[in-house]
Design a binder for this molecule. Structure first.
Ligand code: TEU
Ligand code: CA
Length: 594
């Protein structure tokens, strides 16, 4: 796949910040984050240098899955605020040059949504808004599918006297996308939020919308039946229709969450000439040390991570780059070392996120190095998925310690503990009783302390985001793997070719990387040591400050320079210290030819 430059759009150069409203900032002491709370922290978000906020759901919801079960798509849940609060958020963010991107959860609704209530009573036109099936002739379930939250995907409904399909929780019935009326409803919802100044949508499990058939699934007990609904032709048609009818006319941006997506599927879903999504979130790079999705840990290998990143970095025109979200464990606890090298490994992972090719997404708290939760038992955990998994493992007679070990490492609640704003008891998040436990390390890991500490993880993120914004190579250059073994990996970002140097779409001079007329931006080589041991690298280019004569006999080529380092070292001696990450500006490197 050639890495020719796609026509520049704002989201190619922006850094995104994901907010999980429930855990970001509470403004009224009920222990639950809300929209006025977010507004009160927009300066902090802006100070990070982000250009857009992805807002996890704030719609009306009975919260079976913390808002990913929506009962009214065009209303704000009273716990989060009002539509006026929302409009104020959009306006206040815009004033700070920040766009708002909403979470679009349309694979399923809440079972408390009026559509579902009417559908179960066969009230037209809602009868076929969902996927209903009678029992099989032998009285069995309609098929053998199993869901994302464990167990069968079918739930019996007393009123309708039929089963309905739910790929997630039974309170999240799947919509029927064979029904054109459902697609019209979705178009109305999109227009409702676009008319309120929203810049685009993060589309929840968007590749699962269209169930081509309900035949039995092949394969094992985990998420069985996916071959009948993952990235089906019908889904491509729907995405093209939504783009044509609503999204393109509004110039809206879309990033799709595409679980278990393959590279070919991702191309079909997001390459510019497909007119479907602008970007996709894939998961491969976060499962290097996992046997099954987020579960069952296995040893981490840096060379495996580089191999997977290279495939996606070079496989798509443009990537959505992320290491955390509200479903994943905290990356410093997952790939870093939050015990012995917390700050340095958090910085190393910041280098990885902000030097890869693509649009970076930072998850709230990642910028201050928040770690996985410090819970000691399941009763402190809220997430429906974790409780369902524990129930399934208990049925399978798995001992309690093993169940807890599995859940502790993979639970989504690791990402959902309240944002740590300061060292006070409520960590500045709430004056009330937080809906989920606050990590005891908030006395050290918090925004207020790090804001004042120039060597903090927070200021490291800020510096990297500034470096990226003024570097055409980091913004738009190529990606090449350089070297890796089980602990260390290195890659190069190569300058974009002359021909591709173009001002950003509708760029004003303030735009990062706008019309560059200055000296050509060099290449950057990034070296990352993912281990607590010093690694000797026998590679010639892991040295610095050696100026060389230009082989073409021109002026001496400027020596490679370390521009970012997690240890603060400016000289390299063929070794990488524990969790040392460096970004080397390398004038000697040839332009990438793409
Ligand atoms: O997540 C899809 C989902 O299943 C994820 O949990 C995914 O399996 C996992 O991250 C892979 O490691 C989306 C939302 O992000 C999640 O919060 C919702 O629970 C789910 O859809 C249903 O809406
Ligand atoms: Ca609140």
């Amino acid at each position: 796949m050639s890495q020719r430059q796609p026509a520049r759009q704002w989201w190619h150069d922006a850094v995104f910040y994901q907010i999980y409203p429930r855990s970001f900032q509470d403004s009224n002491g009920d222990g639950i984050g809300d929209i006025p709370g977010i507004i009160s922290r927009l300066d902090e978000v802006a100070a990070l240098g982000v250009g857009a906020i992805w807002l996890s759901p704030v719609y009306c919801s009975p919260d079976a899955d913390n808002g990913y079960d929506i009962s009214d798509y065009c209303a704000i849940d009273p716990r989060y605020g009002t539509l006026d609060d929302f409009d104020r958020l959009v306006a206040e963010a815009r004033e700070r040059g920040i766009r708002i991107v909403m979470d679009l959860v349309i694979n399923h609704t809440s079972d408390e949504h009026p559509w579902f209530q009417a559908s179960r009573r066969r009230e037209e036109p809602y009868t076929d808004y969902y996927i209903w099936q009678p029992p099989r002739s032998d009285g069995e379930l309609p098929n053998n599918w199993t869901g994302f939250f464990m167990g069968s995907t079918w739930e019996w409904d007393e009123v309708r006297e039929e089963y309905y399909l739910h790929l997630f929780d039974k309170k999240q019935p799947d919509l029927n996308y064979h029904n054109p009326a459902v697609i019209e409803e979705i178009e109305r919802i999109l227009r409702f939020w676009l008319d309120r100044g929203v810049a685009g949508f993060r589309c929840d499990v968007i590749s699962l919308l269209y169930k081509t058939s309900l035949e039995d699934g092949k394969g094992g007990p985990v998420i069985r039946g996916m071959e009948h609904y993952k990235t089906q032709p019908g889904a491509h048609e729907i995405l093209q229709k939504l783009r044509r009818d609503v999204l393109d006319p509004a110039g809206a941006f879309t990033v799709g969450e595409t679980v278990m997506v393959t590279l070919d599927e991702a191309r079909d879903l997001s390459e510019p000439d497909r007119h479907e999504l602008d970007l996709v979130f894939y998961f491969d790079h976060l499962e290097v040390d996992r046997l099954v999705s987020r579960y069952v840990p296995k040893p981490f290998r840096a060379d495996t991570l580089l191999e997977r990143l290279t495939r996606w970095q070079q496989g798509l025109s443009w990537n959505a780059v992320y290491l955390e979200n509200h479903d994943q464990p905290r990356i410093v606890s997952h790939y870093g070392d939050d015990k012995h090298y917390w700050s340095r490994s958090a910085d190393l992972l910041a280098i990885l996120l902000l030097t890869l090719r693509g649009t970076p997404f930072i998850y709230q708290g990642q910028e201050i190095g928040m770690t996985d939760f410090d819970f000691s038992s399941l009763d402190q955990v809220d997430d429906v998925e974790s409780h369902n998994i524990d129930a399934l493992l208990r049925e399978a007679k798995i001992p309690q310690q093993v169940r807890w070990w599995l859940i502790r490492t993979a639970s989504r609640d690791n990402a959902r503990t309240p944002m740590q704003w300061d060292a006070t008891a409520g960590t500045g998040f709430t004056t009330g009783r937080p809906w989920l436990g606050i990590n005891a390390n908030h006395t050290v890991v918090n925004y207020a302390a790090e804001d004042q500490d120039p060597r903090s993880v927070l200021n490291f993120y800020r510096r990297l985001i500034r470096l990226r914004a003024k570097s055409p190579t980091l913004l738009r250059g190529g990606f090449e793997p350089v070297w890796a073994d089980r602990s260390v990996m290195a890659y190069r970002r190569t300058p974009e070719p002359e021909a591709d140097r173009q001002p950003a779409e509708g760029a004003d001079q303030a735009q990062p990387g706008a019309a560059e007329t200055g000296p050509k931006d060099p290449a950057y080589t990034i070296w990352l040591n993912f281990s607590g041991r010093t690694q000797r690298i026998k590679q010639p280019w892991l040295v610095s400050s050696v100026s060389a004569d230009d082989p073409a006999g021109g002026d001496p080529v400027q020596a490679p320079q370390i521009v970012v380092s997690t240890t603060g070292r400016r000289e390299l001696d063929g070794c990488l210290l524990p969790w040392e990450g460096v970004v080397i500006r390398d004038f000697a490197a040839e332009a990438w030819r793409g």
